[in-house]
Design a binder for this molecule. Structure first.
Ligand SMILES: Nc1nc2c(ncn2[C@@H]2O[C@H](COP(=O)(O)OP(=O)(O)OP(=O)(O)O)[C@@H](O)[C@H]2O)c(=O)[nH]1
Ligand SMILES: [Mg+2]
Length: 254
């Protein structure tokens, strides 16, 4: 069913989808089994972002026999960041997760992430570029881009956070709601992490192997993603500089 209401289960998992009909049966079966095994009271919220294929209709059909997920839809494609914003608005659970709909990180591992939020972290991310993570599978361009921008953000931020680009995360809801991110596309994932770190939130990483997509096609447009990350790198440099200037100012004043 579609929903206008908000979700109050202990954990809500937001699943952004754009033209993912090929992998939907696999994804739904995997989530159903995962819930049956260890997350019976979790809720899933699919955000269909104006898909032009059968994604939305297939989700609605599947939702008729399932009370554990709901579907919201953008009438046109607004981008991954916009879909996440919509998801966060609807999910009122104390813990909110986001996952890729192509299962490139195993949904079964989500409880590892939510446990760390329960232990005090504000944001927990799967980390494909952590030194303890196994070698990633998939497109070499995507791997190169994601590694490179994560390395640059790490350098700018000056903290041991290795992966900024991974959507597979768990958040303390009250913390993520404080983050105002502006990116509408893929860069939103990095922007959320950067703003969380700069805002003093507690970040944890779980080393995890990135697996390759088995169904459908990648939605990442490399050129657009590079431009978005260049803008975000500049914004980050500005935010880091402003923070340092404030710290110096406070020292002089104190
Ligand atoms: N709502 C929404 N979701 C999107 C959009 N673009 C991508 N996604 C979803 O975001 C997730 C990540 O997109 P992918 O296409 O898998 O991008 P990727 O993981 O960088 O690339 P591959 O896994 O190598 O294909 C998937 O669940 C997509 O369906 C979008 O414009 N809107
Ligand atoms: Mg993917």
């Amino acid at each position: 069913m579609t929903t206008d209401s908000s979700i109050t289960a202990p954990v809500t998992v937001i699943v952004p989808c754009y033209n993912e009909e090929a992998g939907l049966p696999f994804l739904l079966e995997r989530l159903r089994k995962m819930r049956a095994r260890n997350a019976a009271d979790w809720h899933f919220l699919f955000v269909d972002d104006g898909s032009s294929d059968d994604t939305f209709a297939a989700l609605l059909r599947a939702a008729q026999d399932a009370d554990w997920f709901e579907v919201v839809r953008h009438p046109e494609n607004l981008g991954l960041g916009a879909a996440l914003r919509t998801g966060f608005e609807h999910a009122l659970s104390p813990i909110v997760c986001t996952i890729d709909s192509d299962c490139t990180y195993p949904p079964e591992k989500l409880p590892e992430l939510t446990a760390l939020v329960a232990d005090g972290a504000d944001i927990v991310t799967a980390s494909a570029w952590h030194p303890e993570s196994a070698a990633a599978e998939g497109s070499s361009t995507r791997i190169w881009l994601s590694r490179m921008v994560s390395g640059l953000y790490k350098l700018l931020i000056g903290q041991d956070v290795y992966t900024f680009t991974c959507l597979f995360r768990a958040y303390r809801a009250e913390s993520v709601r404080r983050i105002r991110f502006r990116s509408n596309g893929f860069a939103a994932v990095a922007e959320i992490m950067l703003r969380a770190i700069l805002g003093g939130q507690r970040v944890a990483e779980v080393p995890m192997r990135l697996e390759s997509r088995r169904f459908g096609e990648s939605k990442l447009k490399v050129g657009d993603a590079i431009m978005a990350h260049v803008r975000l790198l500049l914004l980050t440099a500005f935010m880091v500089g402003a923070r340092q200037a404030r710290a110096v100012g406070n020292k002089l004043a104190g």
